[in-house]
Structure formats: C-alpha cells, structure tokens
Design a protein around this ligand. Structure first.
Ligand code: PMP
Length: 394
C-alpha cells in the first residue's frame, strides 16, 4: 500500500512550460526556461563537445567502471578551474575531487558531508534556487535563510547581520558566479567578508558553481570563490558542466573540497566515496570524458572557450538592451541594475499576481517569482517586450 503518501504539489516551472507550449497566440515570450538558448531559441550541442564526443567514442575500448572518483583527468581539470592551476593545496594533498552526476549530485555530496561533520542547519540565500532547500531538507537538515538582495544589488549588511547569528558547525550554501535566480553576485571584497565570517563562526561553506564562464570569463569568474577560500581556509565546492559545456542530460559535475591539512581531506575522501557508493555506486563516465577530451586538446579547448565567450556576450548584449529599454519605458533607474547582474537570470520587480496577468493578457511566461531567463529573449522582441513588461513593473 502507498496509502501513507499524500500527493505533492506539481512543479510550477514544468507547469509553466506546458502552458507556454499549449498557448496558441503567435506572440508569446518564454522567459521561464532554465537552460541557455541561442538566437534561434535552441540549446545546441557545442561544436567542441561534438568533436570531443566523436574522438571519445572512437578511442573507447570498454565500458567497465572507472572507479569511485570517476574520470580523474576530468577531476584534475576542474580542480585547476576552481582553485587555480598553481594553488599550493593541489601539491599538498589538501584537495579532493570526485566526478558526480551533475551539479546536483555534487550538491548532494556536499550537504551529505556537512551532515556527517555534524551540521544540523544549512543557510541558503533568500531567494535561492529551490533545489538548494530541497537537497538540504531531503537529507533531514534544517533550512535557514539569509538576506541576499536589495535594490538589485548584493545586500551585504543584511547578509552579514543574518549570518552573525549562525552557530558553530552550521553550513551555508553560497553560489559562485551568476546567482540563480537574481543574477546578483557579491564583489570580491564581499566574498572576503563572507569567508572571514565563516572562519570566525566556524561555518562550513558549500560553494555552488553552476555558471562558470557565464559572467566575465573563465579566470575572472573564480575571483570571488578563490578570495573566499583564501579567507575561510576551507570550503566544499559543487561544480556543474551542464551550462558551460551544454551537457545538461549527460549529468556532468564535480564535487571538490579544500582543507587546511592533508589528514582532514584524506578522511573526508573516504566519506565522499562512501556516500557515492551508497547512492549511485559509480559516477557516470560519458560527460566527464567529453569535458576531459575538450580540455586536453588545445584546439578543442580554444574552440570551446570561443563558444563559451559567444554565449556570454550574447547574454550581456541582451541584458543591456532589455535594461536600457525598461529604463526608458519606466523612467526607473532600478532597472539599470539588470546590467550589473550576471548570467542567465535576473529577477524583475513584479508581483506574483502581475506575473499571472502578464501571462494571461500578454503571453509573457515567467514564474511567479519574476525570475526571467535572459537567454530566452530574442533581440528583435526586446522593444515590444519591454514596452509591455513596463506596465507591470515598479
Ligand atoms: N546549482 C544551481 C544554482 C543551478 O542553477 C543548477 C542548474 N540549474 C545547478 C546547481 C546544477 O544543475 P545540474 O545538476 O543540472 O548540473
């Protein structure tokens, strides 16, 4: 009998997608999607990925398990991405890395490791990506939230005030570049302040990096994360290749940790391996193999970097155009903040009721939070979209 189970509410974002597809109006705007889209409204396979995949398949001789850490070549590349190629911790065995089934698999390992370290409460930004509290609760931990955004910018005072009430052993999830859903990122100095706070309060941080390369560039995007680690001295990291390599369904991610001493990291490694063993047993190989094949080959790597840069510049130019058009229609400088934000998402100052009105009256689809996916826009739609949206904003 399944009778003790009550039915969970449907996923709002999936409902929105269904409603968008069923909408027969010729003029409709899909701002709700969670994936990158190009100017044709498609999410294509990157050319460097396609070539690396062909190479990989041609060279592959077996499907036997790779081992608990998955693709170790992939892991070594992601370590360099996150910490920097010359970070002393890499040589001092103060780093661990595991291939994981997507960023979410890595998040699960991170929160699971917190739990094994005795964490009972995990702080998440308000607002945050709903799967953060979801993972925390599914592991039986309590969710606490900290203030994050005010007037379109990082609300440092509010965040630090809320986090000043954290207790030793609490966990915190901080998002790397391109915060989902606000697009608002702390400055490098803000990251330092957060790192100091975590060290002083003995709070364990999980840095969730899901949009590396979508803000300013591969190296620059890690400035904040690296500054945090310098101050905090230790951190857990979940890294997703879903967006920057376009590998969504291949479930390609990496879980990493950096610590103060090799002994702590060696112990943590056994726990991460144990959690992986108890859930997926062995990580998936395909996506990680593709990423390693791209990054190992200088030509493919250059091609990928160019494709990543094209995604980034497209989003930046759409942001600028939308922001300028909204400012000119509303006369409100608040919407100029859109230009200072990063990545695929921003959150519009719109009420939940007005998101429903915009959907019904104008065919503008976005979740009730007002989160929009910049990459879902077409440059040619922006003037009309901005004119319509402006009626609902501020
Ligand atoms: N963290 C954040 C903030 C995200 O937005 C995403 C992707 N939507 C992820 C992690 C990880 O996604 P995936 O498991 O598909 O790699």
């Amino acid at each position: 009998h399944f009778s003790p189970l009550s039915t969970l509410p449907p996923d709002a974002l999936l409902g929105l997608m269904t409603a968008y597809r069923a909408d027969e109006r010729s003029e409709k705007f899909d701002l709700g999607v969670g994936v990158y889209k190009d100017e044709h409204g498609e999410t294509p396979i990157l050319s460097a990925v396609r070539k690396a995949e062909a190479k990989l398949l041609a060279a592959q001789t077996t499907k036997v398990y790779e081992g608990p850490r998955g693709n170790t070549d992939f892991c070594a590349h992601i370590e360099k991405f996150v910490f920097g190629a010359d970070h002393p911790a890499l040589k001092e065995n103060r780093v661990l890395s595991f291939t994981a089934p997507g960023g979410c698999g890595a998040l699960f390992l991170g929160v699971g490791l917190m739990r094994r370290m005795g964490t009972r409460r995990v702080w998440v930004s308000k607002p945050t990506w709903p799967n953060h509290p979801n993972v925390v609760k599914s592991l039986g931990l309590e969710v606490k939230d900290y203030a994050y955004a005010r007037d379109g910018a990082f609300y440092k005072l509010g965040a630090l005030a809320d986090l000043s009430t954290a207790e030793p052993g609490d966990g915190i999830i901080l998002q790397g570049p391109c915060h989902n859903p606000t697009g608002i990122d702390p400055s490098t100095d803000d990251w330092r302040a957060l790192g100091r706070l975590c060290r002083e309060k003995r709070v364990i941080a999980l840095l969730d990096v899901a949009y590396h390369g979508f803000a300013s560039g591969l190296d620059k995007d890690m400035d904040g994360v690296r500054a945090f680690i310098e101050e905090a001295g230790e951190a857990l990291v979940s890294y997703s290749c879903s967006k920057n390599f376009g590998l969504y369904r291949e479930r390609t991610g990496c879980f990493l940790a950096i610590g103060k001493d090799a002994e702590g990291i060696a112990a943590a490694t056994t726990h991460v391996a144990d959690m992986g063993r108890a859930t997926w047993s062995m990580p998936p190989a395909h996506g990680a193999g593709i990423v390693a094949a791209v990054l190992d080959d200088p030509d493919l790597r250059a091609e990928w970097e160019a494709e990543l840069a094209a995604m980034r510049t497209r989003m930046i130019s759409l942001r600028t155009a939308l922001s300028d058009a909204l400012v000119s229609h509303t006369g409100s400088n608040l919407l100029a903040a859109l230009k200072t934000q990063n990545g695929m998402f921003s959150q519009l100052p719109i009420s939940a009721e007005d998101t429903a009105k915009a959907r019904e009256a104008d065919g503008i689809y976005m979740p009730s939070s007002g989160r929009i996916n910049i990459a879902g826009l077409h440059a040619s739609d922006i003037p009309r979209l901005a004119e319509t949206l402006a009626r609902y904003l501020v």
